[in-house]
Design a protein around this ligand. Structure first.
Ligand code: EPU
Length: 421
């Protein structure tokens, strides 16, 4: 096993490029099951979750290749290798997002057997809304031996009204509806940029989806979809993480390949705290001023503050004198990183779904354990500013979603390296 070791108190400076979005790439890769032909997708990051999704798609008959220019080539051909319909436990248990093959498989192959994802450290994470949405389109769904077993003779357009916002649930139902007979409307659809990116991808492949980015989606069923060239949107969470790396080290970092419109909540909050943020086209410069103010943060569906930025903001607010309150509205138990930050000297009290953070003069390095991807990002950020050495263990969680994080932080001036335990 590997760990990351950080010698803190180094100011970050320089430029780095942001990768394509993991959470857009995963459902877009799954949607390739719906297409006949080859797609070339640029910007797919080289991370473990993408490798897991590739393995699942290969089990389902897909051919996947990394091209010399970094693009991912995915081929599914009608009538070839398309009699498999199972996403097995070994792979789904590694990555919950593999649930997003459910809609495409059901739609294209009329049958899907996907291991029940179960909960994880960030919360219960049920899939009832995915199931209800697909049932409304005409699927029959049962749970058998830990698998979601879905079949359909035909999927028919209908109105699906979600009882709560769900990102991958919206992706699944939208993907299933594109080849259904007639028109489907989805009320209370998730509007996250990653959901929008999937819709744009599907439309380029021949689908007819309107209302993209709004909470009501309309999908007119079409007969077929074809392989295309596509470029994934930049990863707003990776961008946000590097923005806070600059802010927390009172640094001066410019990020290339960002979409400022996807980062509004993060930008506003960083400005409110006292960071200088300058957007120029698809670049963003974040300068840490050092004179910071406390703030309150509530995570919400897009365009609100992403839950995937909560741990990183918590690390930053641990260094800001005074009291800040962070309220988690998406995954109420997503505070595992708080206990580890406390080991670094942070003053954090959890009250229900809120964390009360009182800034301390300095954090100090120690051993910390990563519980999930974004918790890990928060701990690395805290390590960048802590006095002494921080040893971050269980970094396989980080490798699921950040490509060469330590190399890129090191290039910006951090004293950070990966070593064997
Ligand atoms: N929910 C239900 N029933 C469902 C589905 C969701 O009650 O059937 C609840 C969840 O328990 C949660 C809320 O709805 O309270 C929102 O969950 P959502 O379904 O939107 O989450 P997700 O689609 O499973 C994606 C991202 C997560 C991100 C969330 C919220 C991917 C691959 N994952 O998960 O990303 O935190 O949306 O924005 O897109 C990460 O990248 O580290 C990550 C965890």
């Amino acid at each position: 096993m590997e760990k990351i070791v950080i010698e803190g108190e180094r100011r970050l400076e320089g430029r780095t490029r942001i990768n394509g979005a993991k959470n857009a790439a995963l459902p877009i890769m799954a949607a390739c099951i719906l297409l006949h032909g080859t797609s070339r997708i640029k910007g797919v990051p080289n991370i473990i979750d993408i490798q897991t999704q590739s393995e699942i798609l290969q089990k389902l008959g897909g051919k996947i290749k990394r091209l010399d220019d970094g693009a991912l080539e995915i081929t599914f051909l009608d009538g070839e290798n398309n009699d498999s319909f199972t996403a097995p436990y070994e792979l789904v248990s590694k990555m919950r997002a593999s649930i997003c093959v459910l809609g495409p498989l059901l739609s294209k192959r009329r049958r899907a057997k996907v291991s029940y994802p179960g909960g994880c450290v960030i919360g219960q994470r049920p899939v009832d809304l995915h199931i209800k949405g697909l049932e409304a389109l005409g699927a029959r769904i049962e749970t058998e031996e830990g698998y979601i077993n879905a079949t359909a003779d035909v999927l028919k357009g209908t109105n699906v009204s979600f009882a709560g916002k769900t990102v991958l649930g919206t992706c699944n139902v939208m993907s299933a509806a594109v080849l259904a007979e007639g028109t489907t409307t989805i009320d209370y659809a998730a509007c996250e940029p990653e959901v929008q990116d999937l819709a744009h991808f599907l439309n380029k492949a021949g689908a007819k989806i309107s209302g993209i980015g709004e909470s009501k989606l309309t999908i007119e069923g079409v007969r077929e979809l074809h392989g295309i060239k596509y470029e994934i949107i930049p990863d707003r969470i990776e961008a946000g993480t590097f923005m806070i790396a600059s802010a927390i080290t009172r640094g001066d970092v410019t990020l290339e390949n960002i979409r400022a419109d996807h980062l509004s909540a993060v930008i506003e909050k960083l400005k409110e705290i006292g960071t200088e943020v300058i957007v120029t086209g698809n670049e963003i410069r974040v300068r840490g001023t050092g004179s910071y103010r406390t703030t309150d943060i509530t995570t919400l569906p897009y365009p609100g503050m992403p839950t995937d930025m909560q741990a990183q903001f918590m690390a930053l607010l641990c260094t800001v004198e005074g009291k800040s309150i962070i309220t988690e509205k998406i995954f109420p138990d997503r505070f595992m990183h708080a206990a580890e930050l406390r080991r670094m000297g942070a003053d954090i009290r959890i009250e229900g779904t809120s964390a009360i953070v009182t800034g301390t003069p300095h954090l100090s390095g120690t051993n910390v354990q990563v519980s999930d991807l974004r918790a890990g990002a928060g701990l690395v950020l805290a390590g960048l500013v802590a006095k002494g050495s921080t040893h971050v263990h269980r970094i396989y969680h980080l490798d699921r979603g950040y490509e060469r994080l330590e190399e890129r932080l090191s290039a910006l001036g951090a004293a950070i390296k990966r070593t064997e335990e």
